[in-house]
Design a protein around this ligand. Structure first.
Ligand SMILES: Nc1ncnc2c1ncn2[C@@H]1O[C@H](COP(=O)(O)OP(=O)(O)O)[C@@H](O)[C@H]1O
Ligand SMILES: [Mg+2]
Length: 374
């Protein structure tokens, strides 16, 4: 019998700014490898008193299978372990654990057994830094303020996301749960989390083609519109999106029209592409990728079928270097502010120094509020 603390040191919740419907997620350390992981465990309220497996329980098996099939995509969060634990506390710290590691089949086949004894499923995932969560990054800290990604970064994110969907669709998997809370971005690399609402399609049901275009629609509406405009497609402030199964199905179904009027400087090509996706006029991910490449070529990108001009190619290179420096600049500003802040709370400093440090923290915060990147 193995005890949970023998395999994992469980630390704090890391999901508090964007709670999920199925799980709680905690910082943890895998004692076998010393690696930091995200411990995603089913919420205790989804345990069925009669020992049946609710939808939420099965969703963990579904997610483990899909993450495994998509393991070689650089844009999918890595799954390191899965299993069951006996402790029903919201933040589990004790009790027994059964770890299946990469034996996904064993994990899925024993689900009903563990549900019956009231244990909960968990997944141990690659731990992604909070400051790369697009929801966390893009949420403004003042009313009427919004950030958007620069077009170059937005296009790069869109290219990577469509590569991921292209791979998934080739396996008949649709992602569906498109929202900022599930997208991690460091300026260069995209990582997507939460595949428990994703579906492995079954050819026999005749549902297949519609699901692929729905996935493209959800990408355009649920992620791309917001990163290029800083606005939510429902025309509300950015807030966490509901995420139960029915909510995922229904979330963007009514949205066929995207409003770009507030973001006049966004390229017409990008607006048209996203609007086509929103109107469900794009049937396959390949069709979307073609459209995206055509638009990206207008922004200095080259592809086998669409190329840009020499001047634009060079301008794009320069844009990328500039953006890299901007990110570094923001990082330095934050570090400088934190140094001033720490100095400010030292006991025994003179009032003169205290006033000066407070002034510096204020002006840097003002600068950060006006920053050019989310
Ligand atoms: N691998 C991870 N690394 C860091 N944070 C994560 C990770 N997975 C989930 N989270 C955090 O936990 C929240 C809920 O996780 P999610 O997988 O969306 O659960 P649910 O299936 O309940 O929706 C996410 O919005 C995110 O804030
Ligand atoms: Mg989620």
């Amino acid at each position: 019998m193995t005890q949970l603390p023998d395999l994992y040191r469980i630390d704090n919740f890391i999901d508090t700014f964007a709670l999920g419907h199925y799980a709680r997620v905690l910082d943890a350390m895998d004692r076998r490898t010393g690696q930091s992981i995200a411990f995603k465990v089913m919420r205790p309220e989804h345990i069925d008193a009669d020992g049946d497996m609710r939808w939420e329980y099965r969703a963990f098996g579904n997610e483990a299978q899909i993450l495994t099939r998509l393991w070689h995509s650089p844009n999918v969060v890595k799954l390191y372990d899965c299993g069951y634990i006996s402790d029903l506390a919201e933040a589990p710290r004790k009790g027994e654990i059964v770890s299946f590691q990469n034996n996904i089949r064993g994990f899925v086949e024993t689900m009903a057994q563990y549900a019956e004894v009231g244990w909960r499923p968990y997944l141990a995932l690659e731990n992604l830094p909070r400051h790369n969560s697009l929801f966390y990054l893009m949420k403004p800290n003042r009313p009427n303020q919004r950030w958007r990604l620069p077009s170059e970064e937005g296009l790069s994110l869109a290219v990577q996301f469509s590569d991921l969907l292209s791979l998934a669709h080739s396996y008949r998997i649709v992602y569906l749960d498109h929202k900022l809370e599930h997208v991690y971005w460091d300026g260069i690399n995209l990582k997507v989390i939460d595949f428990n609402s994703s579906r492995q399609l079954n050819d026999d049901r005749g549902e297949v083609p519609g699901q692929y275009s729905k996935d493209v629609h959800n990408l355009c509406v649920g992620v791309l519109y917001t990163i290029f405009t800083g606005m939510s497609p429902q025309q509300t402030s950015l807030r966490p999106q509901p995420s139960s199964r029915d909510a995922v199905e229904a979330r963007y179904t009514d949205i066929e029209h995207l409003d770009f009027s507030e973001e006049g400087s966004l390229s017409d090509g990008i607006c048209d592409l996203l609007q086509h996706g929103a109107a469900q006029q794009i049937e396959t991910i390949q069709e979307f990728i073609n459209g995206l490449q055509r638009v990206a070529a207008q922004h200095g990108w080259d592809f086998p079928n669409y190329y840009t001009t020499d001047a634009s190619r060079q301008a794009r290179e320069q844009t990328r270097s500039g953006l890299q420096r901007l990110r570094l600049g923001h990082e330095n500003l934050r570090e400088a502010r934190d140094l001033f802040r720490e100095a400010l709370i030292q006991d025994g400093i003179t009032p003169d120094l205290e006033d000066e440090l407070r002034r510096l923290v204020l002006v840097i915060n003002e600068m950060l509020n006006q920053r050019a990147l989310p």
